[in-house]
Design a protein around this ligand. Structure first.
Ligand code: PLP
Length: 382
């Protein structure tokens, strides 16, 4: 209620992006990744959108995110936790039919015990260590995990076998990714030798979907492209090279706006805002906007960022405050309190892209998006 800033999320852009992702995924299932408050788009809203558009597999990082989305998932939609489950949440996950990745033997034992308590099978996805060296079962432990599952098929359902690539969005990592693909293939044969054919083999994120289509397997885990962005400029180039006839069809879902809160005249020579970070070089007119670093408008955009008002780009002047920023509106003929301000998105012919924003604040798109504060209302629009 009474929010000073809000983020509109476009349903039609989401549908288009999903359509293109499905086309690229071919036969393999699309699992949407909703971690980081759905890359800043709002966890609940994105879950509803995904389910409404027939997505049947969702991935989150943690048990607490799974807990938040479950009420919107319906019966046919599976939820997978890729990362953290506190031990006390394992029984809950199993009782809810939520699957989770297993990257250590203790977790596998915990899953077995919890399954026995709950009286329901634990759905596990074994994560193989293939070279990222973050989480993942090393070869010996992987073999041991297969044996444990083999002896406990009443309590453990081996639903998936997966891995994650260590930077598929950069060509400089090519050798490392290729090695990971080979090691993943080895893990697949090991599990086949142990007599398993898990329902889902999955490895690819957005970058791998474009650059290593051979890693699509049964399912792809797609985050950033759902929201209309490429994981890196390299992957955009790669996409355009491969699909020259349909260059980048992905669309941003979000439009971040606020309103002009006040208009103020400042005489030449006066300092503006806190301290001496900006001195007015001429008689000028400023607008105050109720958005600051508390909302995710990075402080490093002080004297650097820009906003749109009345279809014109205005420079941020002075320091970005916790809840406010000032911009130079001297160039506008008319500007009034209540005018729409665009922080990300289009207004008239002008546009502020996430990339431009991210570049000058030294962030990657992923980071900028997830830093859009969760308290900003997300509003679904067509
Ligand atoms: C975030 C994440 C993805 C999705 O990555 P994108 O680059 O956003 O497509 C896939 N798998 C895992 C394990 C992840 O953590």
């Amino acid at each position: 209620m009474y929010a000073s800033t809000s983020i509109a999320v476009s349903r039609s852009a989401f549908k288009e992006n999903l359509r293109h992702i499905r086309r690229l995924a071919g036969q393999s299932e699309v699992c949407l990744v909703l971690k980081g408050n759905a890359y800043g788009h709002g966890l609940e809203l994105m879950t509803r959108l995904a389910v409404e558009n027939g997505v049947r597999h969702l991935a989150v990082f943690s048990a607490d995110e799974a807990y938040q989305i479950l009420p919107y998932c319906g019966d046919e939609c599976r939820v997978m936790i890729m990362g953290m489950i506190p031990p006390e949440a394992i029984e809950w996950a199993i009782s809810q039919g939520v699957s989770f990745q297993v990257f250590s033997l203790p977790r596998l034992y915990q899953a077995r015990e919890a399954a026995q308590k709950v009286g329901k099978k634990a759905k596990v996805h074994l994560e193989a260590e293939t070279g990222m060296h973050r989480t993942g079962l090393e070869s010996e432990d992987f073999q041991a995990a297969l044996e444990i599952i083999n002896r406990n098929t009443n309590d453990i359902s081996f639903e998936g076998l997966c891995t994650h690539f260590a930077g598929a969005e950069r060509i400089s990592n090519h050798g490392r990714i290729k090695r990971q693909i080979r090691r993943f293939e080895e893990a697949i044969s090991k599990s086949a030798k142990a007599g398993f054919a898990p329902d889902r083999l999955h490895a690819a994120c957005s970058a791998a979907l474009i650059r290593y289509p051979e890693t699509r397997y049964d399912m792809v885990r797609i985050g950033i492209m759902t929201y209309g962005f490429f994981p890196s400029p390299e992957i955009l180039i790669e996409y355009n090279n491969r699909h020259g006839d349909h260059p980048n069809p992905f669309q941003r879902l979000i439009r971040w706006t606020s309103t002009v809160m006040d208009v103020k005249r400042v005489r030449r020579g006066e300092y503006v805002g806190y301290g001496t970070g900006f001195q007015s070089g001429s008689n000028s007119r400023l607008v105050a906007v109720p958005v600051g670093y508390a909302h995710g408008f990075n402080r490093s955009l002080s004297n650097k960022g820009s906003i749109l008002v009345r279809g014109q780009r205005l420079n941020v002047v002075g320091l970005v405050n916790m809840n406010m920023l000032l911009a130079d509106a001297t160039g506008l003929d008319v500007v009034e309190t209540g005018d729409e301000v665009v922080l990300i998105g289009r207004q008239g012919d002008a546009e502020i892209s996430v990339a431009s924003f991210a570049e000058i604040s030294n962030q990657v798109d992923y980071e900028l998006l997830t830093r859009l504060h969760a308290s900003i209302p997300r509003i679904l629009v067509d």
